[in-house]
Ligand binder design. Structure first.
Ligand code: ADP
Ligand code: MG
Length: 358
C-alpha cells in the first residue's frame, strides 16, 4: 500500500514559504509535518509539528528524519542527489529522484523534453569560449546563455545580441557548464500547475499567465489571455511531462506562447509547487499545496477549477509594509510568510484578489 492516511507524518526537505504552505495544507487534511532545513528560524518551522536543523549532507540526521516520517517530499529542486538517495532508502520519497535529476540540469531537462515530444527553444551545450562561438553560430541571434545548474530568478543568464556579448557570457556563467538557447519572441509567459497522484491520476489547473519584473514573478492572472486551443494544449503538454516522469506530486511547467501561431514552447519544469500557483489557495477549490499532499499520500486528487477572475501579486521586500492596505481591502486575501527581514527582492508574502465581476 502506498497510501498515507491522515494522522501520518509528512517530511518536507526545505523550510521556506513553500514548505510552510505545504505544512499548513497538510495540517488541514489531518497530517503532521516534520520539516528538515539547515537554517534556523525557517518560515516553515513556525507551523510544523517537528523540525530538524541539519545540513543536507548530514547522513545520520537525514536517516533519522526519513525513519520518523511516512512519506518525504521537498520544496526545492536543488536537493542534492545524495540527500535524495539517503531519504529514499529509509522512506517513500515523492516525487522521486528522477524528477530532481531532470530538473536540476538544463541540458538534461531539454533532452528529456525533446525525448518526450515537447517543443523547446533550440539549444546547444558549451564548455569553453570556442564551443560558445560555435553554439552562437548555429543557434543565431539573439540567444540566451544559461548555466546548466543552480539558476533561478534569471541568475546565471546572459542575453547575447551580437558576438560582442560573447565575452560577457563566460564571466556570468562563471565558466561552469552552460547552454546557449535561442531567444523566443513570445507574446506571453504561462505556466501549468499539474498534479499526478501515486495511483497515476492527473489533474491540471487552469493556465496561469505570469508577468516577471527584474526576472522575479510579479503578477499571475487567471484565466490566461490565451485561446481555448492554447489553454487545452498547454494542459496536455503538462500532463504528458508528468506522465513521462512517472511523477508523483504537484509540478509546474513554464511555457512561452506566441498568440498568432498558437505555438507553445516549454521553457522549464519545476518538480514542486510554484509561485505561479499561489492563486489556487484562494482562487481554486483545492490549493496546489493541498493537491500536492493529496498526490503524495495517494488520496483522490481535488477539483482544480478557478473560482473567478484571479490576480495574485507577490510582495517583495518592503512591499510587505503595505499590509494594512491589503488587510483593509475586502476583495484581497493576504498572506505573510513570517519572515522578519524584508531584504530587497525577498519573497515576503503575496496577495490574491478573486473577483468574478471584473
Ligand atoms: N529562450 C528564452 N527566450 C526568451 N526569454 C527567455 C528565454 N529563456 C528565459 N527567458 C526569460 O527569462 C526568465 C527566466 O528564465 P528561466 O529559464 O525560467 O530561468 P529561472 O526561472 O530558472 O531563472 C523567463 O521567465 C523568461 O522571461
Ligand atoms: Mg523560470
Amino acid at each position: 500500500m502506498t497510501r498515507v492516511n491522515p494522522g501520518g507524518t509528512i517530511g518536507i526537505l526545505g523550510g521556506g514559504q513553500l514548505g510552510r504552505m505545504l505544512a499548513l495544507a497538510a495540517a488541514n487534511l489531518g497530517y503532521r509535518c516534520h520539516i528538515y532545513c539547515p537554517e534556523e528560524n525557517s518560515p516553515a518551522f513556525q507551523v510544523a509539528d517537528q523540525t530538524t536543523v541539519a545540513s543536507y549532507t548530514n547522513e545520520e540526521a537525514l536517516t533519522d528524519f526519513a525513519r520518523a516520517v511516512d512519506v518525504a517530499t521537498y520544496e526545492f529542486e536543488n536537493v542534492p542527489a545524495q540527500t535524495a538517495d539517503i531519504v529514499s532508502k529509509n522512506t517513500l520519497l515523492r516525487p522521486g529522484a528522477r524528477a530532481l535529476m531532470v530538473s536540476q540540469d538544463r541540458l538534461v531537462e531539454k533532452e528529456f523534453l525533446a525525448d518526450s515530444g515537447v517543443k523547446t527553444a533550440p539549444y546547444q551545450a558549451f564548455h569553453s569560449a570556442a564551443e560558445l562561438k560555435e553554439a552562437f553560430k548555429s543557434i543565431g541571434r539573439p540567444s540566451v546563455a544559461k548555466t546548466r545548474r543552480f539558476g533561478y530568478d534569471g541568475k546565471g543568464q546572459q542575453l547575447v545580441k551580437s558576438s560582442k556579448d560573447l565575452d560577457k557570457v563566460l564571466s556570468v556563467t562563471n565558466s561552469t557548464p552552460a547552454i546557449l538557447e535561442g531567444f523566443v519572441n513570445f507574446d506571453r509567459e504561462i505556466s501549468v500547475i499539474v498534479a499526478r497522484s501515486a495511483s497515476g491520476d492527473v489533474a491540471a489547473y487552469p493556465v496561469s499567465e505570469n508577468v516577471h519584473t527584474n526576472h522575479i514573478l510579479d503578477i499571475t492572472t487567471v484565466p490566461a489571455k490565451v485561446s481555448d486551443m492554447v489553454e487545452a494544449k498547454a494542459k496536455v503538454i503538462a500532463a504528458k511531462v508528468a506522465n513521462a516522469l512517472e511523477y508523483v506530486g504537484v509540478m509546474t511547467v513554464e511555457m512561452f506562447v506566441s498568440d498568432a501561431k498558437g505555438q507553445i514552447i516549454v521553457n522549464e519544469i519545476a518538480p514542486r509547487v510554484h509561485n505561479s500557483g499561489h492563486w489556487t489557495m484562494d482562487g481554486a477549490t483545492t490549493s496546489q499545496f493541498e493537491q500536492h499532499i493529496r498526490a503524495i499520500c495517494d488520496l483522490p486528487l481535488g477539483a482544480t477549477n478557478a473560482r473567478g477572475i484571479i490576480r495574485m501579486k507577490n510582495l517583495l521586500g518592503d512591499d510587505i509594509l503595505d499590509n494594512e492596505q491589503y488587510l483593509a481591502d475586502p476583495k484581497a486575501s493576504f498572506h505573510h510568510y513570517g519572515k522578519s527581514d524584508p531584504r530587497p527582492g525577498r519573497k515576503m508574502g503575496h496577495v490574491t484578489w478573486v473577483d468574478a465581476d471584473d
